[in-house]
Design a protein around this ligand. Structure first.
Ligand SMILES: [Zn+2]
Length: 256
């Protein structure tokens, strides 16, 4: 999955929920008013960006909060429209988890927000520019929007270190989501250094023997327990350790 995303997080929520106008529509407002990508309800000073780019003569340019809307992205008329006391700017300032609670009566939105939480992105703000996301975060946002689509079961997903920057507890959540894709008949190919993730795959291709110029050859390939026993693999001991720990964990659970 390419890591290039534009716009803000809310725009990548999925087919049903990418329109913040859903909120306004219920108030009898034209939904276009709530898009900051088109004129109508947005702040025209910053064209809905919430910030302005300041060009400097001898220095690289910089961005600063818009002096008219102070980062809210909308004009005062739009900000006067509220649902349960919150304006569209307030909603965009919410984290995914806060919004999931606030929008619980909007089915399309709630499902999307749940999936974002499930891939460990509950802390993102809806209005956060997608360009500020890390590579791992951007991939998980894309994955989340993919997870909501009808699972046709014949898609190949290629992910480059989707766990980068992810809390260990959330790695399990992400792996469960990927497992779901595989269970539905899709194929997931991961470039990954996290041995917990590697240990949970069906097939491992270990590239090496070293990094960069010293790598690029297939050192070992097979199910995780086979690669863990490969003699020339630098990765094998780490993988073996992780597999042993998983086994131990499982036995511990069974013993209880
Ligand atoms: Zn503005």
């Amino acid at each position: 999955m390419s890591q290039v995303l534009t716009g803000v997080v809310a725009e990548h929520l999925g087919a049903d929920a990418d329109d913040p106008g859903q909120l306004g529509a219920r108030e009898g407002e034209d939904t276009g008013r709530f898009s900051f990508n088109v004129p109508g309800g947005r702040c025209e000073n910053c064209q809905g960006q919430g910030s302005i780019f300041i060009e400097m003569l001898f220095l690289p340019g910089a961005t600063a909060p818009c002096p008219v809307c102070h980062g809210a992205r909308y004009n005062p008329e739009t900000l006067r429209v509220t649902v349960a006391g919150r304006s569209i700017a307030d909603v965009l300032d919410m984290t995914v988890e806060q919004a999931r609670d606030f929008l619980r009566d909007v089915p399309g939105a709630v499902r999307s927000l749940e999936v974002l939480s499930e891939v460990g992105l509950g802390y993102l703000r809806l209005g956060q520019p997608a360009t500020t996301l890390s590579g791992g975060e951007a991939q998980r946002v894309k994955l989340a929007s993919e997870l909501q689509r009808v699972r046709r079961g014949h898609t190949l997903y290629v992910l480059d270190e989707p766990t980068s920057g992810l809390h260990p507890a959330d790695v399990d959540l992400l792996v469960a989501q990927l497992r779901g894709l595989v269970a539905a008949g899709n194929t997931v190919v991961l470039v990954e250094h996290d041995m917990d993730v590697v240990a949970g795959t069906d097939w491992v291709i270990d590239l090496g023997p070293g990094g960069g110029e010293a790598g690029g050859r297939v050192v070992a390939a097979g199910p995780p327990h086979v690669v863990a026993g490969a003699r020339d693999s630098v990765t094998a001991p780490y993988l073996a350790l992780r597999l042993a720990r998983r086994e131990g964990g499982r036995r511990g659970v069974a013993a209880r």
